[in-house]
Design a binder for this molecule. Structure first.
Ligand SMILES: NC(=O)c1ccc[n+]([C@@H]2O[C@H](COP(=O)([O-])OP(=O)(O)OC[C@H]3O[C@@H](n4cnc5c(N)ncnc54)[C@H](OP(=O)(O)O)[C@@H]3O)[C@@H](O)[C@H]2O)c1
Length: 245
């Protein structure tokens, strides 16, 4: 689909990759961008000088509010599910599972709330497209961020399911399997990290091509290749990154 003149909605748009999506969509000529987040400081400053940007406060974990937001944004034809949270711990090593549940609530259920709320909107607007920002952590378990990795694997499975269920109404679904990106979520991680714009520019190109999945950076391409050639080797490679003890 064409990005120019599209009506987009981006979640997690106040910082990081979501903020880069806003900038890239504006540069590509999107007609309107509904920009969703919990904190709105950058979005409100940006919207003061940009009439195409419409900040909308929403916690995607809240299913009722996601439904109300869909009613407020009836013209959307490009839904970009980008918001997520993480935790730098393992599945067994975590002191409690409270944060792991919050991660699943945000990354899996929150994204699913948005897909369910906007499916009828996309249908009414000719089908449109859903973009789910996934991760190499969807493809191979990364024990340093165990609960996040499990949530991103669940989100990847859900993405396939949404694609199958919405094919009949003409809605395309794109999965973006990104490697490490230079944002707050990955501040603990050493380089290499791709700049957020590398991910958003590759994603917009994939939207135009109506691709079903992309591996937008060097690390993601490497993981994708090893997954095909040596999946157990890939699992061991990431398991070995866990500190001793
Ligand atoms: N950075 C990486 O290395 C990397 C790699 C692969 C994939 N990804 C994926 O890329 C996407 C964006 O990540 P990022 O690196 O840009 O992270 P980020 O800088 O932490 O930004 C995430 C944004 O989502 C917002 N958010 C969190 N929970 C939310 C909720 N319940 N409702 C609405 N907004 C919420 C955050 O708001 P607050 O922080 O203000 O609460 C924040 O503004 C995520 O899906 C992530 O899994 C990132």
């Amino acid at each position: 689909m064409k990005v120019r003149d599209s009506i987009a909605l981006v979640t997690g748009a106040n910082q990081g990759i979501g903020q880069a999506f806003v900038e890239t969509l504006l540069a590509a000529g999107a007609a309107r961008i509904y920009a969703i987040d919990i904190h709105m400081d950058w979005l409100e400053r940006k919207a003061a000088g940009e009439s195409r940007l419409v900040p909308v406060k929403l916690d995607i974990r809240d299913e009722d509010s996601a439904g109300k937001t869909a009613k407020r944004c009836p013209d959307v034809n490009l839904l970009i599910n980008n918001a997520a949270i993480t935790q730098h711990t393992g599945l067994i090593r975590a002191a409690s599972l409270d944060r792991a549940r919050d991660i699943m609530d945000t990354n899996y259920f929150g994204t699913l709330h948005m897909c369910r709320a906007f499916a009828p909107v996309l249908k009414a607007n000719g089908g449109g497209m859903i973009v789910n920002v996934l991760s190499i952590a969807s493809l191979v378990h990364i024990p340093r961020v165990g609960p996040y990795s499990a949530s991103k694997a669940a989100e990847s499975s859900m993405t396939q399911g949404v694609r199958a269920e919405l094919a009949g109404q003409g809605t395309k679904v794109l999965a973006v399997f990104a490697g490490p990106v230079d944002t707050a979520i990955s501040s603990h991680r050493p380089p290499p990290k791709a700049p957020p714009s590398e991910i958003t520019e590759a994603t917009l190109q994939a939207i135009e091509e109506e691709a079903e999945e992309i591996y937008p950076d060097g690390v993601a391409k490497d993981v994708h290749a090893q997954l095909a050639s040596d999946p157990k080797g890939l699992e061991r490679r990431f398991a070995a990154q866990l500190p001793e003890g």
